[in-house]
Design a protein around this ligand. Structure first.
Ligand SMILES: Nc1ncnc2c1ncn2[C@@H]1O[C@H](COP(=O)(O)OP(=O)(O)OP(=O)(O)O)[C@@H](O)[C@H]1O
Length: 609
């Protein structure tokens, strides 16, 4: 492995020759994607065409005015200063003042409106991405690190915002200024123009050398930021686990490694991009020396082909010529990282959303008869086989089915299929005789409630957390639900009652109380179908009894699937299903299963319930 950069300050070089070659190859492969991403961003920008045209007009005006300024200065030197003529000088200076004021004003307004366009575009992009995320299936989130997704919502969009804010105008005005300057320079002195141009190939070679490296590094930096964010998010949300398993040191090491990668990419990215102004400055001075030296010699001949005014103008134009090149080179990286960001954002936007083949044909009121006909499902069936295999079952409206089985048997997966979090690969699930994929998800989910082992709470008040079950529930309905869920009493004891603020992990209330809140949430939703995952964690007996009683009340008159861990729940179920490695191996009432002397019987014997 050959590194082509030395190692200053202990910063290991991270670009390898292979990377540069790969970089070039990757660029060619990714052409389709970045073109699509740019086109998509452009569509959003183009929605504000009126403002955009105004901005472009102002860019034209400011570029024209900034060409006119030096030209008039040259004229002033040749026509007023050198001949020491004062007649009309005041007017000439007034004109110059007007031109420079005009340049500033046009620049101010083009920036003002461009920032507006950029912010509107980014607003639409951000909302578009967020709305799209809401429509993506659960399987999409299974495969992604949440922090990495958050990084796309924030960092990548911020990069696009930065580029639109400044680079868009800069690139456009640089191109205009370049063209205009070249034209005026050629008009003033083709010879000096050709001489000034000798620095351009040097500039291109230097820039290419730098930007090939910075391009790779900035992409790498974005990736490193995404990974680091992912890790920070995981470590914070899983903090208890980290502490419980004393993994702080390992997390620190892992974080240090990731952070070090970011530091090194950042160091090299900024080091290389820092070369740009230095190189440009050097070339600028070289151009100035050429113009002043050779121009001076020509002016001394006194044949009027090159005047002192022309040299002054040229020196200014030579600067004006390299500045947009410099700007373009500087913008190159910002634009590159914005394009990389846009590619990532639009790759999510291109992910398939949960589609409903069945359009909502009025609100169907479900009764709650659930039937599985030879249902199979796998998270990755090609490689890992089926997690739920050839399951057939039937639960009548209002009945309670208890699901039993060893850990990993597929109980949670089966229950999630009922809410269409995943689609069955084979077979059919029917609700009230309607195949589930013919029911709009919204209809199905609005009549289904989940009560999970570890309920998720939002960072909001107790009241709002319960209201999540039915957004238009009145305060009275919320209290009523809390009473039914045996949660009212503990809520009333909280300092601010229903208005107590909860944090996202609900650490200010106990695990059992969290369960009660989620039961209250289910009561408010008043669902036809209940999907329950009984808590396995030990909860104090009083709360445990309250939860049991609340759940029993909740299940009354509703079709319930309970992933059961308590003998009591199993006894009260209308039907018990025992799962093993994705298959239903036993089903029937408590007494029937005992008589079978199968897995259920064994579990009873071993007091696994
Ligand atoms: N999102 C997922 N992606 C891939 N595989 C998964 C996913 N969720 C679960 N699995 C796998 O599917 C299998 C069944 O998991 P499932 O959670 O359905 O079992 P379970 O019977 O509910 O277990 P437990 O009682 O421990 O909750 C397990 O091997 C698990 O690793």
């Amino acid at each position: 492995m050959v590194n082509n950069v030395r190692k200053p300050f202990g910063y290991e070089p991270i670009i390898k020759r292979e990377d540069l070659k790969k970089g070039a190859k990757r660029k060619r492969e990714e052409v389709g994607d970045w073109k699509k991403a740019l086109l998509n961003v452009w569509r959003l920008v183009d929605e504000q065409r009126g403002l955009l045209i105004t901005v472009l007009f102002l860019v034209f005006a400011s570029s024209g005015l900034s060409l006119l300024g030096p030209f008039l200065i040259g004229r002033t030197i040749d026509n007023f200063i050198i001949p020491m003529k004062t007649d009309g000088l005041a007017m000439q200076i007034g004109l110059l003042l007007a031109i420079y004021t005009g340049t500033s004003l046009t620049m101010y307004f083009q920036n003002f409106w461009m920032v507006g366009i950029a912010q509107n575009t980014v607003y639409k992009l951000r909302s578009g991405l967020f709305n799209h995320l809401q429509k993506l299936p659960v399987s999409f989130f299974d495969k992604r690190q949440h922090g990495e997704l958050m990084s796309r919502m924030t960092n990548d969009i911020e990069n696009i915002s930065q580029t639109l804010n400044s680079s868009f105008i800069q690139v456009f005005s640089s191109i205009l200024t370049l063209g205009g300057t070249l034209a005026v320079m050629l008009y003033l002195s083709p010879l000096l123009t050709v001489l000034t141009m000798t620095i351009v190939p040097v500039m291109f070679i230097a820039m290419r050398w730098i930007t090939r490296r910075t391009g790779i590094l900035f992409k790498e930096q974005q990736r490193a930021i995404g990974e680091l964010n992912g890790m920070i998010e995981e470590t914070i949300s899983g903090q208890r686990i980290v502490k419980a398993f004393s993994q702080e040191e390992r997390m620190k090491e892992e974080f240090a490694a990731k952070s070090d990668r970011l530091k090194r990419t950042g160091f090299w990215a900024l080091t290389y991009s820092g070369f740009i102004p230095k190189v440009m400055n050097m070339l600028n001075n070289a151009a100035f020396a050429i113009v002043a030296g050779i121009g001076g010699l020509l002016a001394l001949r006194g044949d009027g082909v090159v005047t002192i005014g022309t040299i002054v103008v040229f020196a200014e134009y030579a600067r004006q010529f390299t500045r947009p090149l410099n700007d373009l080179a500087n913008q190159f990286n910002t634009v590159l990282s914005a394009i990389a960001g846009a590619e990532r954002v639009f790759s999510i936007m291109g992910e398939d959303v949960e589609r409903d083949e069945a359009e909502a044909n009025g609100d169907i009121q479900l009764k709650g008869n659930v039937e599985f006909r030879n249902v199979s499902f796998g998270y990755a069936p090609e490689t890992d086989g089926y997690t739920v295999e050839d399951v057939s079952l039937s639960v009548k409206a209002g009945e309670t089915a208890a699901l039993l089985g060893a850990t990993g048997a597929g109980k949670t997966t089966l229950v999630q299929l009922i809410a269409r979090f995943y689609e069955a690969d084979k077979g059919t699930i029917l609700i009230d005789g309607i195949p589930i994929d013919e029911l709009p998800r919204a209809t199905l989910r609005s009549q289904t409630a989940f009560v999970l082992q570890d309920p998720f709470l939002f960072e909001s008040t107790v009241r709002e957390n319960i209201r999540y079950g039915k957004l238009d529930a009145t305060d009275a309905e919320i209290e009523e639900a809390a009473k039914k869920a045996n949660a009212h009493e503990f809520i009333s004891r909280l300092e601010e009652g229903y208005d107590t603020l909860l944090t996202a992990d609900g650490s200010e209330i106990s695990q059992g109380q969290k369960q009660l809140l989620s039961i209250a949430r289910a009561f408010v939703a008043d669902p036809v179908l209940l999907l329950l995952d009984e808590a396995t964690s030990s909860i104090d007996t009083v709360t445990e009894l309250e939860i049991q009683a609340a759940l029993e009340k909740l299940m009354e008159g509703r079709t319930s699937f309970v992933i059961a861990h308590r003998l009591n729940t199993v006894k009260k179920a209308d039907i018990i299903y025992v799962m093993d490695q994705g298959k239903l191996i036993e089903s029937g009432s408590q007494s029937e299963l005992i008589a079978q002397k199968g897995m259920y019987y064994m579990m009873l014997q071993q007091s696994k319930l």
